[in-house]
Design a protein around this ligand. Structure first.
Ligand code: NAI
Length: 253
């Protein structure tokens, strides 16, 4: 039985993935603020360490898959976005890598966002500070930047961190990829739609398939990337966004 660790498994995409993987016969170890096997706050270094120690205890230091889905939306305080969406993902990826190496044909997936391509970033100092690992500096800097831009930057930094790790992860026999969803009907999206400015921006987004995604549709993409049949997919960003990125940036290849 494959053991898969999912952060953010209590809600939305993470919860749909949990259901999907359990139906496929996997054992899931969920990490979230509450209600899962591991209760931890991934916004702090101590919370991340506690989460990883508990995961290692529960899994005997051997896991076959890891999905970092825990996140907060663009309406959350900017510093919190930096701490959860970037550092709460990257520290868990790095910290659990040895346990993945002990697993069977293991792989990890980060949940990015199609905002990585749809947002004009301008000054990328915040992205650079995240990639440098300067959590306090980045969280402070984010406070003066619009929340939607910070959100996109946390996902750009996460995606770049993923791409920068392809060689060491490949050397360890591990695959690492990202999924970039468009709007998905989850509690996070509901909160965004309740915000007038952010909601209008979501409504204005062209989606060639003409609808938003259900969390199960993103879960099935992630499940594919975790499976051994995706054995040569490594360092990819898989857009699952109903065609928005291709529509807006058709020639970015
Ligand atoms: P959600 O709000 O339904 O679920 C997010 C989960 O992360 C929650 O269970 C929450 O408790 C957990 N979480 C938040 N802060 C945490 C912390 N400090 N420590 C531990 N757990 C924490 O959101 P959704 O939509 O399922 O989002 C999942 C991922 O997908 C996020 O990374 C989000 O940025 C990304 N995403 C979502 C999109 C959408 O339209 N819903 C679009 C693109 C990306």
């Amino acid at each position: 039985m494959r053991t898969i660790v999912i952060t953010g498994s209590a809600s939305g995409i993470g919860a749909a993935l949990r259901r999907r993987l359990e139906l496929d016969g996997c054992r899931v170890v969920g990490v979230d603020l509450q209600g899962q096997e591991v209760a931890a706050d991934l916004s702090t270094p101590t919370g991340r360490s506690a989460a990883m120690n508990k995961v290692l205890d529960l899994t005997g230091r051997s896991i076959d898959g890891l999905v970092v889905a825990a996140g907060v939306g663009p309406q959350a305080p900017q510093g919190l976005q930096v701490r959860v969406n970037y550092f709460g993902a990257v520290e868990v990826l790095d910290g659990l890598r040895p346990a993945l190496a002990a697993g069977e044909r293991a792989a990890a997936v980060c949940i990015a966002s199609n905002s990585i391509g749809l947002t004009q970033l301008g000054d990328t100092t915040l992205v650079d500070e995240m990639l440098r690992g300067s959590e306090g500096v980045a969280a402070g800097l984010a406070g003066s930047i619009h929340g939607a831009l910070v959100y996109a930057m946390t996902k750009v930094a996460l995606t770049r961190a993923m791409r920068r790790r392809v060689q060491p992860w490949g050397d360890a026999g591990l695959r690492l990829n990202a999924v970039a969803p468009g709007p998905v009907s989850t509690p996070m999206l509901e909160a965004i739609l309740d915000d007038e400015e952010l909601g209008d921006a979501v409504d204005a987004l062209p989606i060639p398939l003409g609808r938003r995604a259900e969390p199960e549709e993103i879960a099935s993409v992630v499940a594919f990337l975790l499976r051994p049949e995706a054995s040569f997919v490594h360092g990819s960003v898989l857009f699952a966004d109903g065609g928005s990125d291709a529509f807006v940036r058709p020639d970015v290849v």
